[in-house]
Each structure stands twice: as structure tokens, then as C-alpha cells.
Design a protein around this ligand. Structure first.
Ligand SMILES: Nc1ncnc2c1ncn2[C@@H]1O[C@H](COP(=O)(O)OP(=O)(O)OP(=O)(O)O)[C@@H](O)[C@H]1O
Ligand SMILES: O=C(O)C1=C[C@@H](O)[C@@H](O)[C@H](O)C1
Ligand SMILES: [Mg+2]
Length: 170
């Protein structure tokens, strides 16, 4: 979900693993030369989702990396398949309260530009959880767990799953 720490924890995880960190949101913005909010405004969400799927399909073909997807990417069956064919998916879960505390001060997230963004966040979480649960691994974020500790928790979760590790060459 938005604010779960995909970019923050992903960056740290990539550092520990000595692989590049890529962020599909950033790739989309760079290619379009516009922000995600501008893309949503001018071209609409379906256009953004199409670009997102293209970017994911391209990035998973590249060298090993930590890839942060947008919060909505895993809702698409096609994206889930593309990701599971070449990598390990990690759900960074968090309570609505924690997510809200992290995203409330920023107005850059187009899906939260609603009259009641906290309620929108809650509804999105509820609707999306069944999809996020399909990730290979899940790591829960809590207020007391730092970004660095979250990255360590992802690695701990990975090493307890040899079946999953095998898919990325051990
Ligand atoms: N474990 C953590 N401890 C403290 N702060 C955190 C933690 N995880 C994330 N944050 C902070 O919360 C904010 C949101 O995190 P981040 O941008 O990584 O979320 P995201 O999952 O990439 O969101 P989006 O889907 O909108 O891109 C950032 O300011 C980040 O530094
Ligand atoms: O949760 C979502 O659907 C989104 C999250 C962001 O990462 C961006 O991909 C965009 O703002 C949509
Ligand atoms: Mg992000």
C-alpha cells in the first residue's frame, strides 16, 4: 500500500544485497516527463496502469534488482504473473493508522485526493488485502521498526523460504 515503505525499505534492501534499486513509479515518471499526479489528471488511471504493466514487464527482464512497484500494481493478474515468473514478491503490510500517519502530509498521491482521504485509504486497504496476500512473502511494518530493520526482516523472511529463494538463484 501507499506508505508501506516500498521505496524506503526497497532502497535499503538493495543496498544490503548489492543490487540496483528500481522503482516503477519513478520509471513511469521519467519516461513520461511528468509526475504520476499529472499522468492521472491528464490521461486517467487506465492509461497509468497500462504504462505500469509495460514498465514492470520490461524491468523484470533486466539484471537482478530490488523493484518497488506502485501500490496498485499487484491487483493486476497479469502483473502478478509477470512478477512471479521472474522474482519474489514481498508484501509490506501495515495498519491503516500507520499508513495514514506516513502519507497524510503529502498531497502527491492522486488516489488520496478525495474529500475523506483517510477513509479512502481504509477502503483501498480492505479491497486490496486479498491481492497483497498472494505475495510470496509478507513482512509487517510497525511504528517501532525502522527502515533498516524492515529490510533485515525481508531478508530473514527470504532465507526461511528455500522454495522461493530457488526461483532467484538461491
Ligand atoms: N519502517 C519505517 N520507519 C519509519 N519511516 C518509514 C518506514 N517505512 C517508510 N517510512 C516513511 O514513510 C514514508 C512513506 O514511505 P515510502 O515512500 O517508502 O512508501 P511507498 O510504499 O513507496 O509509497 P507509494 O506507494 O506511495 O510510493 C516515507 O517518508 C518513509 O521514509
Ligand atoms: O496505490 C496505488 O494505486 C498507487 C500508489 C503509488 O505508488 C502510485 O503508483 C500511484 O499513486 C498509485
Ligand atoms: Mg514509493
Amino acid at each position: 500500500m501507499m506508505g508501506a515503505g516500498k521505496t524506503a525499505v526497497g532502497t535499503q534492501l538493495a543496498r544490503i544485497l548489492h543490487v540496483p534499486f528500481l522503482d516503477s513509479d519513478e520509471e513511469i515518471e521519467r519516461a513520461a516527463q511528468r509526475t504520476i499526479a499529472e499522468i492521472f489528471e491528464r490521461d486517467g488511471e487506465p492509461f497509468f496502469r497500462a504504462r505500469e504493466s509495460e514498465v514492470l514487464a520490461r524491468l523484470v527482464q533486466g539484471p537482478p534488482c530490488v523493484l518497488s512497484t506502485g501500490g496498485g500494481a499487484f491487483l493486476s493478474e497479469q502483473n502478478r504473473r509477470v512478477i512471479s515468473e521472474s522474482g519474489v514478491s514481498v508484501w509490506l503490510s501495515a495498519s491503516v493508522d500507520l499508513l495514514w500517519n506516513r502519507v497524510r502530509h503529502k498531497t502527491t498521491r492522486p488516489l488520496l485526493r478525495t474529500p475523506n482521504p483517510r477513509e479512502t485509504l481504509r477502503e483501498l486497504c480492505e479491497k486490496r488485502t486479498p491481492f497483497y496476500r498472494q505475495a510470496d512473502l509478507s513482512v509487517e511494518s510497525e511504528p517501532s521498526i525502522s527502515i533498516e530493520q524492515m529490510a533485515e526482516k525481508v531478508i530473514e523472511a527470504l532465507v526461511t523460504r528455500p522454495d522461493v529463494l530457488e526461483r532467484i538463484g538461491g
